[in-house]
Design a protein around this ligand. Structure first.
Ligand SMILES: [Zn+2]
Length: 471
């Protein structure tokens, strides 16, 4: 499995490095397993994703507020949320080679799609034996009993080491929202129903991370907690499932046949959830979770009310009643969505001249570079005009200027960056030189990345032309 996965992703991983999207972490020191750094184009892509999410889910909605809470929280938060007691994976060791694995992952790999591995460790142990699971490293079938491995990273706060100073790096951004619920209703006074969204880093000490940036120990989340009156949560759960799917399809342009919604079976649900769905994407290594949408009832707020003794009730002045709201949580990982966008955009195309081109068909709204300005020659008036077009556009769009190499090679480079438009300035544009076509004076040629068709656009219309297409 691991080998097959590597092959499926190999070309994409290599493109990501070659073109400055994603670099292996700490590479000059031989790396640090499962860490990745976003390069110039990857960081731009990531920022676009976060901006688009924030605009769609927070800024453009009168019923959703923003938040930016701390990574380090009082450890009591994680007691209340259940993360100290329950946030663990079933860890097993191979008795022969001592390599460690997640028992549920080994079972899922062996039994394939659609198999259900429950949370009970005794059942998992029995399934490992029944299905004759082999160690992926050495092939033996002799494992220890599964035991709980807590996924939270621990560290110490302050200058004195020892008990009482222990804190955790947050394993999710959601609890930062729940512990500010009281602050928000008392001070900002939103009317029910309303949501609170935030984007931030989270940390999970995964036993078996992998598949490039699919599962990493440090990752960024875009979380939304939508609070509503008990009894209305089923309706809101349905609403957010549709809203999220529409965003992926319409705003981000992800291929619809590679997306599916999978409703969790009752035995898969957390004890407090009355409905959970995953939006799944067909990665090169198979279907995998992209987005979890969960109806979480009043579990979190009730837990915090018990642990903190601070009331977590909302008072509805019109109906004159008090209640702890229910919550629907549509939350997804930035890095995972970024991987989906890369996989979905990546294509190797055979051209009519027999050549091949590698191209990233990004939706213009997520593309890290919106347009490239390419002068046909790097001197004289052609260069001057191209530079002035570039200067004019860069105040508004992320554009590049490139005058090196042949025009064909420059097109290929922009194709690999996923730049939707290449703007070429030539002798026709400036209306000077032999055999110029004077009808093209003052116009540039714009090449479309996907169709490779060319279109003439007047220089003075360029900004509007681009604004209409890249948003
Ligand atoms: Zn082994």
């Amino acid at each position: 499995m691991a080998k097959k996965v590597q092959d499926a992703l190999k070309d994409l991983v290599s493109l990501c490095k070659r073109r400055g999207f994603i670099f292996p972490g700490s590479e000059i020191y031989d790396g640090l397993a499962n860490t990745w750094d976003y390069g110039p184009y990857g960081s731009e892509l990531k920022r676009n994703i976060k901006d688009l999410w924030w605009r769609k889910f927070v800024a453009s909605r009168p019923d959703v507020l923003g938040l930016d809470s701390s990574i380090l929280l009082n450890p009591k938060v994680w007691q209340a949320s259940g993360h100290v007691g329950n946030f663990s994976d079933p860890l097993i060791d191979c008795k022969a080679c001592h390599e460690r694995f997640r028992a549920d992952h080994l079972l899922e790999e062996k039994l394939g799609e659609g198999c259900t591995v429950g949370k009970n460790f005794q059942d998992i142990a029995a399934m490992i034996v029944e299905n004759q699971i082999e160690c992926p490293s050495c092939g033996k079938k002799d494992f220890t009993e599964p035991r709980a491995f807590n996924l939270m990273f621990q560290t110490e706060i302050g200058v004195v080491e020892g008990a009482g100073n222990k804190v955790y790096l947050r394993p999710e951004t959601a609890q930062g929202i729940f512990i500010n619920f009281r602050n928000i209703i008392d001070n900002v006074r939103p009317k029910m129903p309303f949501g609170v969204g935030q984007i931030g880093k989270s940390f999970r000490n995964e036993i078996t991370p992998g598949n490039f940036i699919f599962r990493t120990r440090e990752f960024e989340q875009m979380e939304l907690e939508f609070f509503c009156e008990p009894g209305t949560e089923v309706e809101w759960y349905g609403y957010w499932k549709k809203f999220c799917m529409n965003w992926l399809l319409q705003d981000l342009g992800i291929t619809s046949k590679k997306l599916r919604m999978r409703e969790h079976a009752p035995e898969e649900l957390s004890h407090y959830s009355n409905g959970t769905s995953d939006v799944e994407y067909e990665f090169p290594f198979g279907w995998g979770e992209l987005w979890g949408i969960a109806s979480r009832t009043d579990f979190d707020l009730t837990q915090h009310q018990k642990e903190s003794k601070v009331k977590q009730e909302y008072f509805d002045p019109i109906a004159n009643k008090r209640y702890i709201p229910y919550v629907v949580e549509p939350s997804l990982g930035v890095d995972r969505l970024l991987l989906v966008l890369l996989c979905d955009a990546y294509d190797v195309e055979k051209l009519s001249d027999g050549e091949e081109r590698v191209v990233l068909h990004f939706h213009p709204s997520v593309a890290p570079v919106k347009a490239a300005v390419l002068p046909l020659v790097k001197k004289g008036k052609v260069k001057e005009v191209a530079e002035s077009i570039f200067q004019n556009l860069i105040s508004r769009f992320n554009v590049e200027y490139d005058e090196t190499q042949s025009i064909g090679k420059r097109y290929r480079r922009q194709d690999e960056l996923g730049t939707p438009y290449c703007i070429t300035v030539d002798f026709d544009t400036i209306g000077e030189g032999d055999d110029v076509d004077l009808s093209k004076k003052g116009k540039v040629t714009i090449r479309d990345r996907d169709t490779m068709q060319q279109e003439l656009v007047a220089i003075e219309d360029l900004e509007d032309w681009l604004a209409k297409r890249v948003r």
